[in-house]
Ligand binder design. Structure first.
Ligand code: NAD
Ligand code: MG
Length: 395
């Protein structure tokens, strides 16, 4: 029987790649619900092509969407609005699979709702897991949800772990012969820039990633290495290991998407051309495999694979994230919120590139770290961190 899919953040880069895969497999999957925050014209095109039953947009976009849909004779599509709408579609009984591809903290409540409804959740929205770590993983367990990593590195690690790994005890230690996880990083567009050069980089340069085509926020995160910091935290939660067992390896070619080391001296790597359609297809079909348009890797054109240690002097964001994971509690949520504000300010030309980690660090220093024992407490910390980071942007 065909699986019914809800795509949270359908107009984004991951949302679009997800549609590409679904389009290739119309017998296996149907699009039941989609959500978007802006880009209503693109959303209407998606509605014309995929005929979802439900669409979610912010309240102030409902009239505009309604008019567009009426013009296309698509009045039978139900429109829901705002955060309540996102939470509702993520947990609808008709939905089997939820692609969590909203960017940033806005994805937390809908992703958690999908988990609590016991769905198969394909996680692209790493910020949701960074913020709510233990709480989200506990909910996955309690509500018998299936959480599958879409982030290419985590998807690679998932593919390299032994079968049954997720049924083992979650105690911060690698198990079943695993000794270490090697999280690869492309190093972003400024890998070889000096600190002086980093001070001068523009948003346009930061958004031009050498290997991946992605949304603006994650592109800037890749350039500061905060993306790798968020991914380090994401890996600790997904695979139930302490940060001590995760090594970040800069690998500029982005051919190896991450690795798992074993106690017998083996290192398993997952490789492929850098295209998000591969991890999306893997997570959609797991444990089966489905066809994508991604060409097979031609190793004769990739004769050099390089590896180096990350430089946390030029890219302090990675160190801040590791420290936040060590500190635990609300620190990762504070780090994430301050980073979202700082990245938005950089994209808006309000601050320079090297100020991004400074603002994150100053925000972490100003806020008390408590236990992250409820969503309310996490959202409160998110809110406080945003307001402090915003003041720092203005000062
Ligand atoms: P994007 O900016 O291209 O798209 C974001 C989507 O979220 C859009 O559909 C937008 O309408 C929606 N959105 C934005 N703000 C919202 C809000 N406040 N409320 C509701 N919806 C909102 O982002 P992307 O590159 O597709 O990334 C999405 C997520 O996937 C991010 O968490 C990112 O870290 C993760 N991710 C992306 C890639 C990639 O290659 N793009 C790779 C790995 C992980
Ligand atoms: Mg990634």
């Amino acid at each position: 029987m065909s699986q019914s899919v809800c795509i949270l953040g359908v107009t984004g880069s991951i949302g679009q790649s997800t549609l590409k895969i679904l389009e290739q497999h119309p017998e296996e999957y149907s699009v039941f619900a989609v959500t978007a925050h802006s880009r209503i014209v693109e959303l209407v095109e998606i509605c014309k092509q995929y005929r979802p039953k439900v669409v979610v947009v912010p309240a102030y976009k409902v009239d505009e969407l309604q008019q567009f849909l009426a013009r296309e004779n698509l009045n039978d599509i139900e429109i829901l609005q705002g955060e309540a709408g996102l939470i509702e579609v993520a947990s609808l009984p008709e939905v089997d699979v939820v692609m969590a591809a909203i960017v940033g903290a806005a994805g937390l409540l809908p992703t958690l709702a999908a988990v609590k409804a016991g769905k198969r959740v394909l996680l692209a929205n790493k910020e949701a897991l960074v913020m709510s770590g233990d709480l989200m993983m506990q909910a996955v367990h309690d509500y018998k949800a299936t959480l599958l990593p879409v982030d290419s590195e985590h998807n690679a690690i998932f593919q390299c772990l032994p079968e049954g790994y997720f049924q083992a005890e979650r105690n911060g230690q690698p198990k079943m012969g695993v000794s270490r996880v090697l999280l690869t990083a492309s190093g972003g567009p400024f890998l070889n820039h000096t600190l002086e050069q980093l001070e001068m980089v523009t948003p346009a340069q930061a958004c031009k990633h050498p290997k991946w085509s992605m949304g603006q926020k994650i592109s800037v995160d890749s350039a500061t290495l905060m993306n790798k910091g968020l991914e380090l935290i994401e890996a600790c939660h997904l695979f139930a290991i302490s940060e001590h067992f995760v090594t970040v390896v800069v690998h500029p070619q982005s051919i190896i998407h991450s690795m798992v080391q074993y106690v017998d001296g083996s290192t398993l790597a997952q490789m492929g051309n850098p295209d998000m359609c591969t991890p999306i297809a893997h997570a959609l079909a797991w444990p089966k495999r489905i066809q994508t348009h991604v060409p097979p890797l031609d190793l004769f054109t990739h004769t050099h694979l390089n590896f180096q240690e990350p430089d946390t002097t030029r890219f302090p964001a990675l160190k801040l994230a590791r420290q936040a994971m060590q500190a635990g509690g609300l620190a990762p949520a504070i780090l994430n919120a301050a980073n979202e504000i700082a990245v938005a300010a950089f994209l808006n030309n309000q601050i320079g590139f090297t100020q991004i980690p400074n603002i994150v660090e100053a925000t972490l220093n100003q806020l008390e770290n408590n236990a992250a024992d409820s969503v309310e407490v996490i959202l409160q910390a998110d809110c406080s961190a945003r307001s402090i980071a915003q003041q720092l942007v203005m000062s």
